[in-house]
Design a protein. Structure first.
Ligand code: SF4
Lengths: 329, 274
């Protein structure tokens, strides 16, 4: 799977490093001092590297658990995010990672134990409050689980942290690690969903929509709480009708009792990230039209954005109660 | 286009012959050669000479679709003489920087850590090759290409069992490099395959030319024109391009013209997203 694995000096002897190296004996090994030496230099081409990324094994130092921006929450007292990986197996054309990072190589922070201990300390510091931890901000939580063992390493922590919630944000249908264990009441498996034409043409390498819906079904049947993330809304020909039918289809496929939360978000990107995505993919129609720059953010023109957002919002609310719905505009 | 750099003439001669290159001037003591598919600089020994000649070659022939290769000999503790390596980590005894060439393909050449030294040495180290140019070449070539397109290919000329001596067997070195040309060619093909195809046709260049003949654009407007026409080229059908040609005649001024191009993009990009 990996032609090359870079290994940071500090974690050369870490048990997770050793296990991964044993698992990929044919991968060429390259030592480095800090992952930034490989990941951060300017003269790299994300698009080209994305064709066959290398794996970088590193240690996450400094702050591992960060508060989310104020308008990004699911109703808990406090919301945080953490990233055990940077970059993703999939290649969604709208993904901000391609505009944010110089390199498409995967970074895996192998010191899971430090993440766990930070999460525990954070949750236990205010035991009377509900803390929500989002994973999958800089990666897909489950797409590379067979490599990282992330689910098995983090789910037991939430078993004995009753005031902490975990969101696994994913497009992956690799849900076996979840189905193999009893569901946890404080874990939400949240799927990012878009209509099939968008999944096909924009969410490259990600599982097709029917497979994602099937995974959602299986999880809800097994008693897991699921999340529906309609984000980002993409504008295309007849999109209002297509999104309407798509929303109906999703809610017809999944029992509403299993749905913990629904979010809705428009396509938005900081100007610098957008510029980089556009220069990487000059032939990509997604970046060509109906966009405006406002306050440093590139987004659809106001009328286009609000028409699509409003019609989709209304459609969602024909299926779900408002208390489960967290629009983000 | 391939841009080779070698320190010595004997390292270059097989490559020059293979790509049918002819002398094409030089820079200081560096000599340049040029053929249809490749150019080469014989830089002289040392990282600084290599960096200077590489910069001069890149400045003389600006081209953003070039593959840069430093080909030469190296020392290694125990690899057999004649063995080729490709550098996956490049350091220098005169710099604190370390460089990591990126290979998003399955390489046909074994990777190695390359250390560039300022003096010849027989102090061979485990899992490391050393040379005298790689680091200087690489740093300089980064001004012209991204790291996926710059590589150092080194062929073992000496090891602990047969250490380097002051006497170079130029014929043996020439032969060693020559033998690696098929490997280098395969490597270049793999690198070239990675390059995204440019979405532009004759239509866009001729349309831009006509537009420039009709209106006088500022620098910002020229940038907008190039970008919008290139984008339209990627998404329009031939008959739609013919219709777009009419915008040039119909638009009374350049502002209207540029905004018509954007409206066309707004209309057709929506159709092409999925
Ligand atoms: S699945 Fe998420 S993280 Fe992965 S490429 Fe798509 S948007 Fe980016």
């Amino acid at each position: 799977m990996f032609e090359r694995i870079y290994i940071e000096a500090a974690i050369r002897e870490h048990p997770r490093t050793l296990a991964l190296l044993e698992r990929y004996p044919k991968a060429e090994r390259v030592n480095c001092e800090r992952y930034g030496e490989i990941f951060n230099p300017n003269r790299q081409n994300f698009r080209i590297q994305k064709q066959n990324p290398a794996l970088i094994l590193a240690e996450k130092r400094g702050t591992r658990v960060l508060p989310t921006p104020p308008d990004y929450g699911l109703g808990a007292d406090r919301h945080y995010y953490f990233s055990h990986m940077l970059n993703c197996l999939y290649d969604c054309r709208y993904c901000f990672l391609q505009g944010m990072y110089q390199s498409a190589n995967y970074i895996l922070f192998v010191n899971f134990e430090d993440f766990r201990s930070d999460i525990r300390t954070t949750a236990e510091s205010q035991p009377d409050e509900q803390h929500f931890f989002f994973s999958g901000y800089d990666c897909d939580s489950l797409a590379m689980d067979s490599v990282t063992g992330f689910a098995d390493a983090f789910l037991p922590l939430f078993e004995d942290l009753p005031n902490a919630w975990l969101e696994l944000r994913t497009k992956s249908v690799n849900v076996k690690p979840l189905l193999n264990r009893p569901p946890l009441p404080n874990v939400v498996v949240a799927f990012s969903l878009n209509p099939e034409p968008i999944a096909k043409s924009v969410e490259h390498r990600a599982p097709p929509l029917p497979a994602r819906i099937n995974a959602l079904k299986k999880l809800s049947e097994a008693g897991w709480k699921v999340g529906l993330r309609f984000d980002p809304l993409i504008h295309f020909e007849n999109c209002i009708e297509v999104y309407r039918d798509f929303i109906d289809h999703v809610f017809d496929s999944i029992p509403i009792e299993a749905v913990h939360s629904i979010t809705l978000g428009s396509f938005r990107s900081p100007k610098s990230v957008f510029k980089k995505m556009e220069s990487l993919y000059p032939e990509e129609p997604l970046f060509m039209g109906n966009l405006d720059l406002k306050n440093g953010m590139v987004a659809y023109k106001k009328s286009i954005e609000s028409d699509l957002f409003e019609s989709t919002r209304k459609r969602i609310l024909t299926h779900a109660d408002e208390d489960k719905f967290f629009p983000c505009q | 286009m391939l841009h080779f750099s070698t320190a010595l003439h004997c390292e270059a001669q097989g490559i020059i012959a293979h790509y049918d290159m002819k002398p094409s001037g030089g820079h200081g003591r560096a000599q340049f050669f040029e053929g249809e598919k490749a150019r080469l600089a014989i830089t002289g020994v040392g990282a600084l000479n290599s960096a200077i000649a590489t910069t001069a070659l890149g400045s003389k022939y600006p081209n953003d679709e070039t593959i840069w290769l430093n080909v030469g000999i190296c020392g290694h503790l125990d690899a057999p003489i004649g063995n080729p390596f490709i550098a996956n980590r490049i350091s220098s005894n005169t710099s604190r920087d370390t460089l990591y060439p990126q290979f998003p393909w399955k390489s046909n050449i074994k990777g190695i850590e390359l250390q560039t030294l300022s003096e010849p040495s027989t102090d061979y180290k485990t899992n490391q090759a050393f040379d005298m140019e790689g680091f200087g070449f690489y740093k300089a070539a980064l001004a012209f290409a991204s790291t996926e397109f710059i590589h150092c290919i080194k062929v073992v000329s000496d090891n602990a069992a047969q250490p380097a001596s002051s006497h170079f067997d130029k014929h043996a070195i020439a032969r060693m490099i020559e033998l690696q040309i098929p490997v280098i060619e395969t490597l270049c093909e793999s690198i070239d395959e990675l390059r995204p195809k440019k979405p532009s046709s004759n239509w866009s260049s001729s349309f831009i030319q006509k537009a420039k003949a009709r209106f006088r654009f500022t620098e910002t407007e020229t940038h907008q024109l190039n970008k919008r026409v290139t984008q339209l080229d990627a998404i329009l059908q031939q008959d739609e391009k013919t219709k777009t040609d009419l915008l040039l005649i119909e638009s009374s001024n350049k502002k209207t013209f540029l905004s018509q191009l954007q409206s066309t993009l707004n209309q057709f990009s929506t159709r092409n997203i999925c």
